[in-house]
Design a protein around this ligand. Structure first.
Ligand SMILES: [Ca+2]
Length: 340
């Protein structure tokens, strides 16, 4: 990958020229410059209370990873830093006083389709905690990422994503930045690519087809994760802003965030609430996740709807949890750290 300082600097200056001339969406290596502006945040199509009311948000310009962070990129980070993810680390008994120590083993949640129909109210029916599952071994110790280097890294907990972004001189996107970028310049549309789920009869994202969670028809070509550029980019040149994997944002999750923001008129560069609260799981600290995943379908989850919101406990992840990073736009910031 071309990431030498000179190449990156040239890319940066070209991007700046295009930005100055109103031409956004230019990719600087793996980064896309998202020109700041105002948009209507929230989802009128989702039937989800926490994604309402619609409200006006204004953002400064920023750079964003063109794709979710891939296994190849995460592997390079691990080689540089020797970082161990939370899934690779035995939980500390002091953090889980109600759990018997013998059950505290390193691992992560792996999607495991049940053999028969189950209630969609009980997610544990299709998730299994697998000892040894991690980004290197997505379905457990006997599996690996061979052939999946261009897929998103998964089993990434919030601190893991944060560590990667910091090491590469970046940060996680705010929830508002993610939605603004995902809309790709389209106003008030249902999806990152428009209003049709299957434009021109083709699947536009890696989601679930068939009876969830039992029957995965994989009509879009993928039953699990897909290469990060397998589906068309949105209007800003960003891939996988809906479907494939959930992606962390830096905002704490609260269901009333939009209600409070909407009282403030135009909200500028919101960074989310100062505390987390999920009334359905009050004991857990959660950050907002965006994008839905390959497990979302039109009758379950549907969080690939561009204005919908997801949430995840900061210390947990699964075989459909990934991330991407952003970076503040400054007049000299076209040259990235060169570590992507
Ligand atoms: Ca699929």
């Amino acid at each position: 990958m071309s990431c030498g300082g000179i190449d990156m600097r040239l890319d940066g200056w070209v991007a700046l020229f295009l930005w100055a001339n109103g031409l956004t969406g230019f990719a600087s290596s793996n980064l896309v410059l998202i020109k700041g502006g105002r948009f209507e945040m929230g989802c009128r199509h989702c039937n989800l209370e926490d994604a309402l009311p619609l409200h006006q948000v204004e953002l400064s310009s920023f750079w964003m990873d063109q794709t979710p962070v891939t296994n190849a990129q995460f592997g390079a980070f691990v080689r540089r830093s020797k970082y161990l993810t939370m899934a690779q680390t035995k939980p500390n008994p002091a953090d889980y006083p109600s759990v018997q120590p013998e059950y505290l083993v390193a691992g992560s949640a792996v999607f495991s389709p049940p053999g028969s129909a189950v209630s969609l109210n009980h997610a544990l029916a299709w998730w299994r905690y697998v000892e040894g599952a991690s980004w290197r071994h997505p379905e457990g110790p006997a599996t690996n990422i061979g052939g999946r280097l261009d897929h998103p890294a998964v089993h990434i907990a919030f601190p893991d994503a944060q560590a990667y972004c910091e090491e590469t001189g970046m940060r996680l996107p705010t929830e508002a930045e993610f939605e603004y970028a995902a809309r790709g310049g389209l106003d008030g549309k249902k999806y990152a690519w428009g209003d049709e789920l299957k434009p021109r009869g083709k699947w536009a994202a890696n989601i679930w087809q068939g009876e969830f969670p039992r029957k995965n028809l994989a009509e879009d070509g993928y039953s699990g994760t897909s290469p990060v550029r397998a589906f068309p980019s949105n209007g800003y040149g960003l891939y996988d802003m809906g479907g494939n994997v959930w992606q962390w944002t830096s905002d704490w999750y609260r269901p009333d965030t939009y209600r409070l923001d909407a009282t403030a008129g135009i909200v500028r560069n919101p960074r989310g609430p100062s505390t987390s609260h999920d009334p359905f799981d009050p004991g857990s600290l959660k950050r907002v996740q965006r994008g839905g995943s390959f497990l979302c379908s039109d009758h379950y989850c549907t969080r690939y709807l561009v204005g919908s919101r997801g949430k995840g406990g900061i210390d947990s992840a699964g075989s459909n949890t990934g991330f991407r990073c952003v970076k503040d736009f400054k007049s000299d910031s076209g040259s990235k750290s060169g570590r992507h």
